[in-house]
Design a protein around this ligand. Structure first.
Ligand code: NAP
Length: 324
């Protein structure tokens, strides 16, 4: 009897896939963005504990050094983790970091986890004049991925993982809305967040199509962590009055699932064997808010090659970096 991917994932989920199921990562090099805390730090720690050489990125040297210490404590001493300075919202920083990663790894990157992100901060702009959520969640990760492609494509079996969100499901945009978003027009933090996370799924799909059409031994997939207790609420939630912000931050800490659990769908996408590309993973519990990892629900729009092409063209214009 043939089983669908979702049925196979459910079967695995019923056995509650955990960190212990991650194959040994010795000899593999992983780049994890936004690894100073929350999900990124956890992902970096787990990959290091399975033997990977982990390059973790941080925009702040102090927070980066603290994270490096934690990841080093999790991994073997013969492959210590390394810190790469990266403000993913700055195209200059992305270019410098990509060159550094390529040089340090000798163009060998087995895994790139585009994890760094912000959710609904007050309206702000990157150093390149792009609305901050789009700059951080989409434009920077796309630019980093494209600049690292020589290292990714020359490494057989490599993977690129985009971290999306269940919030993508209520989101939509067309070219006019996308261009307005990049300028920060009619800013509504959560609507913007949802659209950036839809864009992450579109990018993942587009990149995987590029790998398949080019016969390249690499894949791109995406994952979301459900509702996980991290700093994302404390750092964001545009427009809430201070008291409501404190309540929301408290509620996220109490009701969000532990970061160890929330990281699992991303780790699953990054490491589970026999994976095909263009997949999307998340928690399999109620409303995909928590639970063991498995296939996640994605919107029809997130599979639109037409919208994906519009997005890629706009990113090329904004970054000056030509997509593959
Ligand atoms: N937690 C959830 O429930 C949830 C749900 C759905 C999706 N997600 C996604 O999960 C990912 C990780 O979020 P999290 O929950 O772990 O949040 P978090 O605890 O706030 O961590 C976010 C990470 O991104 C980094 N970051 C933010 N802006 C950056 C920039 N401009 N350059 C470089 N790094 C930057 C932060 O670094 P700093 O220390 O420098 O701030 C931090 O390391 C995000 O993409 C988010 O959208 C989270």
């Amino acid at each position: 009897m043939r089983h669908s991917a979702r049925q196979r994932d459910s079967a695995r989920a019923s056995r509650a896939w955990t960190d212990a199921d991650i194959p040994q990562q010795s000899g593999r090099t992983a780049v994890v963005t936004g690894a100073t805390g929350g999900l990124g730090l956890r992902i970096a720690e787990v990959l290091a504990s399975r033997g990977a050489r982990v390059l973790l990125t941080s925009r702040d040297p102090g927070r980066g050094a603290a994270a490096l210490e934690r990841v080093a404590a999790a991994g073997p001493v013969d492959t210590p983790p390394e810190l790469v300075e990266l403000d993913v919202s700055s195209l200059a920083s992305v270019r410098t970091a990509a060159s550094e990663i390529r040089a340090r790894t000798g163009d060998r990157v087995d895994l790139l986890v585009n994890n760094a992100g912000v959710m609904a901060p007050p309206l702000g702009y990157s150093t390149d004049g792009i609305e901050q959520q789009w700059a951080t969640n989409v434009i920077g990760p796309a630019a980093l991925t494209w600049l690292l492609l020589p290292a990714i494509e020359s490494t057989p079996g490599s993977r690129v993982i985009f971290v999306s969100s269940d919030r993508h499901r209520g989101a939509s945009f067309d070219e006019a809305r996308l261009r307005a978003d990049l300028r920060g027009e009619d800013y509504r933090g959560f609507d913007y967040y949802g659209r950036t996370k839809l864009a992450d799924l579109l990018l993942s799909f587009e990149l995987d199509r590029h790998f398949r059409e080019g016969g390249i031994d690499a894949l791109s997939a995406a994952a979301h962590p459900g509702f996980t207790a991290t700093n994302i609420v404390a750092n964001g939630f545009a427009g809430l009055p201070p008291f409501a912000h404190r309540v929301a931050t408290w509620a996220a800490g109490v009701f969000g699932q532990p970061v160890q659990q929330g990281a699992l769908p991303i780790l699953y996408a990054a490491t589970a064997p026999h994976m095909s590309g263009s997949r999307y993973f998340g928690p399999t519990g109620l409303f995909e808010l928590r639970g063991a990892p498995g296939s996640a629900t994605r919107s029809t729009l997130s599979r639109s090659a037409e919208l994906g092409a519009v997005l890629v063209r706009c990113i090329e214009e904004v970054t000056g970096i030509v997509a593959p």
